[in-house]
Design a binder for this molecule. Structure first.
Ligand code: FAD
Length: 532
């Protein structure tokens, strides 16, 4: 085989990169010119357009990145970031990105597990960051609210509680999650057994389509309105705002966290939990966290700790009675329980107890300080005690430090809704969701490989214990290991590899809606819905 002269190679590389730089610079200039034509005489618009030449470009880009995996020097960076102040700015961005062949990303809270709201592996690309679309209007009389897509769920919860002590909303636990991505991908939280997921409580939406037209539910039609409530917004347009139905909450709710290690009978309790958690009274949601800890009984020995973390929509007396009837094995006593308001329970589950309520307004703009990889599964059958013991053995021996396993129960309202009512198909027959979260701080590719290899192996190891055909996964816990689209267009068959896992029977309808509303496949990413 002929070897290439290193000097020639370096000349070639610099030539190619200067060509690609020149092409990018050309697109970049044309794109910026296009924006200024679309929104003429707008001083305010030019102030919210950031290119790598702006001193604040890096801080704007990083402000909502939650995961160090996507802040490396080789992570693709946007040619332009826009933080629109008005709908016309978003319309201009869509129009000009289409005209000039730019890929398009929209970011709300930036919590996407694979960074798809701010990283595109097809370049060049532009990010529209909805940080200035945060307005929230609460209508107590009708128990509804309009919330703009750039708001966080913490801001939403705060604004609801500001107006009413007896209204709440059913969505996730982490206050900095954005409603743009979270609601369009599902939105599971501590009231989901009582009221369903966030997407089940959306009654209208405003969205900009690929032609820059602004729609509400009526003008977008029921197919598109169906698709954006669980099918992910990014395949269909830019969601501007959601109209949501608020839900009643009692003035007093009760929370508890009970920890049990293997030495304290955790295996039997976890086993039993699988028969109880999806069937118990809908007012009770009993989540289960599993972590490896050092045993307190034997020096240095590792064990598994099961933490039963619960919200009950009612007072402590009823809860203790209910637990004695349905899950006496846990041995819950009054002293384990704390009564509080619903909004204080939001702080409790977010590990913010004791903080002032307005901490919920903090979007936490600090840069990411850890690496993270998440995966998910669904259980449709309980795992046997023998199976649990095998899992514990695997976790205890795992050559990684910080791993968390979370089981979130279904049943109640989530499971009453039919599997085709929204694109979120995990309904009747689903016992619980399994979430695998691996966090590390060590830099470098060998650490990256060590962690990613382990979590992939663990995911394979879990196969016999979870749903199969398809092996279901939760869109909001996005995982590119499940499969990715090609650059350009991807066939329905190829995309089905990951699409059926997230959407089951709904995947085909999603592809029909996509073909209808975005036939040119402008709104695309590594796991966007394909056109037919
Ligand atoms: C720390 C943490 C805690 C979490 N807790 C929960 C939880 O309790 N329950 C749960 O169900 N999930 C939870 N999640 C997952 C979370 O719901 C998803 O990651 C969700 O997609 C995040 O939405 P976002 O707007 O913050 O993210 P982004 O990264 O901004 O967006 C996610 C996706 O939605 C698209 N998108 C965002 N805004 C719009 C818009 N306006 N129009 C169209 N498309 C849009 C993006 O392009 C991207 O594809 C958590 C995630 C993290 C990191």
């Amino acid at each position: 085989m002929k070897t290439i002269n290193p000097l020639l190679l370096s000349i070639l590389i610099s030539l190619l990169s200067s060509i690609s730089w020149a092409t990018s610079a050309h697109i970049h200039e044309n794109f910026l010119q296009c924006l200024s034509h679309q929104v003429p005489n707008s001083n305010s618009f030019s102030k919210v357009i950031y290119t790598p030449h702006n001193s604040s470009y890096a801080s704007i880009l990083q402000s909502f990145i939650r995961n160090l995996r996507f802040t490396t020097p080789v992570t693709p960076k946007p040619l332009v970031i826009i933080t629109p102040l008005q709908e016309a700015h978003i319309q201009a961005a869509i129009y000009c990105a289409k005209e000039h062949g730019m890929n398009f990303r929209v970011r709300s809270g930036g919590h996407d597990y694979e960074g798809l709201s701010y990283v595109s592996y097809e370049v060049p690309f532009v990010i529209v960051d909805l940080v200035y679309f945060q307005s929230i209007t609460i209508d107590v009389e009708n128990s509804t609210a309009w919330v703009q897509a750039g708001a966080t769920i913490g801001q939403l919860y705060y604004r609801i509680a500001e107006k009413s002590k007896t209204l709440g909303f059913s969505a996730g636990v982490c206050p900095t999650v954005g409603v743009g991505g979270h609601f369009s991908g599902g939105g599971y939280g501590m009231m989901s057994r009582k009221y369903g997921i966030a997407a089940d409580n959306i009654i209208d939406a405003r969205l900009i389509d690929v032609n820059g037209r602004i729609h509400d539910r009526k003008s977008m039609g029921e197919d598109l309105f169906w698709a954006i409530r669980g099918g992910g917004g990014a395949s269909f347009g830019v969601i501007l705002a959601w109209h949501i139905k608020l839900v009643p909450v009692p003035k007093i709710v009760t929370v508890f966290t009970v920890n049990r290690t293997l030495e304290q009978n955790a295996t039997k309790l976890v086993h039993r939990w699988q028969y109880v958690a999806d069937k118990v009274d809908d007012n009770l949601l009993l989540r289960l966290f599993l972590r490896r800890v050092n045993s307190s009984t034997e020096d240095g020995r590792r064990t598994i700790q099961a933490s039963f973390v619960s919200l009950f929509l009612g007072g402590v007396d009823t809860l203790v009675q209910l637990m004695q009837e349905s899950f006496p094995e846990l041995g819950l006593v009054r002293e384990d329980c704390i009564e509080m308001s619903w909004i204080d329970s939001i702080l409790y589950f977010a590990d913010l107890s004791g903080e002032p309520l307005d901490v919920l307004l903090n979007r936490n703009t600090s840069v990411a300080d850890y690496y993270f990889k998440g995966k998910s599964d669904y259980a449709t059958e309980p795992i046997s005690e023998e199976g649990l013991n095998r899992i514990w053995k695997e976790l205890i021996a795992a050559p990684i430090e910080t791993f968390e396993f979370l089981f979130s129960p279904f049943g109640g309202r989530i499971s009453e809704i039919s599997a085709t009512e929204t694109p979120f198909p995990h309904r009747s027959g689903t016992l619980y969701n399994l979430h695998y979260a691996l966090v590390w701080e060590e830099k470098g590719s060998s650490e990256f490989n060590r962690h990613i290899t382990w979590i992939r192996r663990f995911y394979s190891f879990m196969a016999p214990f979870v749903s199969m055909s398809p092996r279901s996964a939760y869109l909001n816990y996005r995982d590119l290991d499940l499969g990715v689209n090609n650059k350009g267009n991807t066939s329905y068959g190829q995309a089905s590899i990951w699409g059926l896992k997230y959407f089951g029977v709904n995947f085909e309808r999603l592809a029909h809606v996509k073909t209808m509303v975005d036939p040119g496949n402008f709104f695309k990413n590594e796991q966007s819905i394909p056109i037919l």
